[in-house]
Design a protein around this ligand. Structure first.
Ligand SMILES: [Zn+2]
Ligand SMILES: [Zn+2]
Length: 472
């Protein structure tokens, strides 16, 4: 099954689906509200409730998680399980009842590993849970499945044809994992033997099911291989518990892998479970803001530019001082060529951006000048701040135009010396025009003899003098 992606962000996997709109959304488009975790999110376009896709498109493929499966078997509870098997193998008397109980416990434990892994739980089930009531019936069902497989093999051997025997052998190796998974999930013998239900598991995974079988086959061989390697040097009394322990450990690893494969292919198997810790909500204020930004982007990409503007305008009514919302609103108005609305919004946005992020204010000013060549901010401090940001971007002429005649435009502005010092720098260093720079410095000296900036004025005059001599 191929992964479905966010309709609007093709690099992001889809986690939500709107059935009426036929749109898939990723977490990128659907922020979650941590202050109301039970609210199910709605479609940004039609406001109807979204269908959760779980980790169907986000789960890491099982073949990339091999170390995690081996680590799974090393958790305290699963190690305790393997140790229990080893001790029982060593000390338990040869009694059919006792051994049936032990194998029931083992079957129950293996099946709970498959079940909880299929639900995305990373913690191994507790050993105590294996002593639950339905262990024996599960064991009998599992034994029946194995018995049928062995019976088929025995029948095939009867044909005296090596081809038939191997075909049946391989078929059993390939079908058993899916059948065990079915039994673990539904706990019904009928499901484990039903070609439809077993086939559904295989179909959901496609050819990757073969990878799963290959891994399981290798894991299945591992305990006997390790025991065989050790068999040379160790007495039987030591070897037996080691082999049983390894059987338990590798069994848990195999079951966690089978369970995870179900989790990974949950979409194709028809259920939706989130990965542990994957769904992180944000506080309500941040959530509103992110939701508005995502919705505006979605509406714009759907060609609903009026809807996008409305979304942002509504969000701005609630949070008029939010820089990011204002910036998006400005970009949208500019991009749509909404001349008047854009200039009106700048009255509010420009001072805000000049305070918080002058570089954004510089961009906004350059945008505004494309609409209105002689656009000037209505505030002297904003002029000065934006001019500074424009100078940083080497937009010298635009910067100087903001500072021109500042003392006449804003006679009460207290920072004229600072602004004109900035302008003088722009003339001298940005444009190489020493004369107007010197004029501005002279003006500062004459008008503001007590200004604390006179040191900097002298320093700049020194630079101008040097530049002047070098130019001569
Ligand atoms: Zn998205
Ligand atoms: Zn919808």
């Amino acid at each position: 099954m191929d992964k479905t992606l966010c309709q609007y962000h093709p690099a992001q996997p889809a986690t939500w689906h709107c059935v009426p709109c036929q749109r898939h959304f990723g977490d990128c488009c659907i922020p979650l509200n941590a202050d109301a975790p039970d609210d199910s999110p709605v479609c940004p376009l039609c406001r109807r409730e979204l269908t959760f896709l779980g980790a169907a498109n986000t789960a890491q493929p099982f073949w990339e998680r091999l170390p995690q499966f081996f680590a799974y078997g090393l958790q305290a509870s699963s190690l305790a399980f393997s140790a229990l098997l080893a001790l029982a193998g060593l000390f338990m008397p040869r009694s059919l009842i006792l051994w049936s109980i032990l194998l029931s416990v083992a079957t129950k434990y293996f099946h709970s590993v498959i079940e909880s892994s299929s639900e995305g739980v990373r913690e191994a089930p507790s050993l105590m849970s294996a002593f639950g009531g339905d262990g024996f019936s599960l064991f009998i069902k599992q034994v029946l499945v194995f018995a049928i497989a062995l019976g088929a093999l025995w029948l095939a051997a009867d044909f005296n044809s090596e081809t038939i025997f191997w075909v049946v052998n391989i078929a059993i190796v390939l079908l058993l994992p899916a059948s065990i998974i079915r039994l673990a999930l539904s706990k019904e013998l009928g499901a484990a033997l039903s070609p439809d239900q077993v086939g559904e598991v295989i179909k959901a995974m496609g050819w990757r099911y073969l990878i799963l079988c290959a891994f399981l086959f290798i894991l299945w061989q591992s305990p006997s291989y390790v025991a065989w390697m050790l068999s040379g040097g160790l007495p039987r009394v030591v070897l037996m518990p080691i082999a049983t322990f390894l059987f338990g450990y590798f069994g848990v690893v195999m079951c966690s892998m089978m369970g995870y494969a179900v989790f990974q292919y949950q979409g194709a198997l028809g259920f939706a479970i989130a990965e542990e810790g994957a769904q992180q909500g944000v506080p309500e204020n941040e959530w509103r803001r992110r939701r508005a930004l995502a919705e505006a982007e979605i509406r714009l990409k759907e060609g609903q530019s009026d809807g996008a503007l409305e979304t942002l305008a509504n969000a701005l009514q609630r949070d008029p001082e939010d820089l990011r919302l204002n910036e998006r609103h400005h970009q949208l108005l500019f991009g749509l060529g909404a001349y008047e609305r854009c200039l009106r919004h700048l009255d509010h946005y420009l001072p805000l951006a000049a305070r918080q992020n002058p570089a954004l204010a510089a961009t906004a000013l350059l945008n505004a000048r494309q609409f209105k060549a002689d656009f000037q901010p209505a505030d002297a401090l904003v002029c000065e701040q934006v001019a500074g940001a424009l100078l940083d971007r080497h937009k010298v002429r635009e910067a100087l135009s903001l500072l021109r005649n500042l003392h006449q435009r804003f006679p009460d502005y207290p920072h004229i010396p600072r602004a004109y010092l900035l302008a003088a720098r722009g003339f001298a260093e940005g444009l190489g025009q020493l004369e107007p720079a010197q004029k501005l410095l002279t003006y500062i000296r004459a008008r503001y003899p007590a200004s604390p900036l006179l040191d900097q004025v002298s320093a700049l005059e020194g630079t101008i003098a040097k530049l002047g001599n070098a130019g001569r």
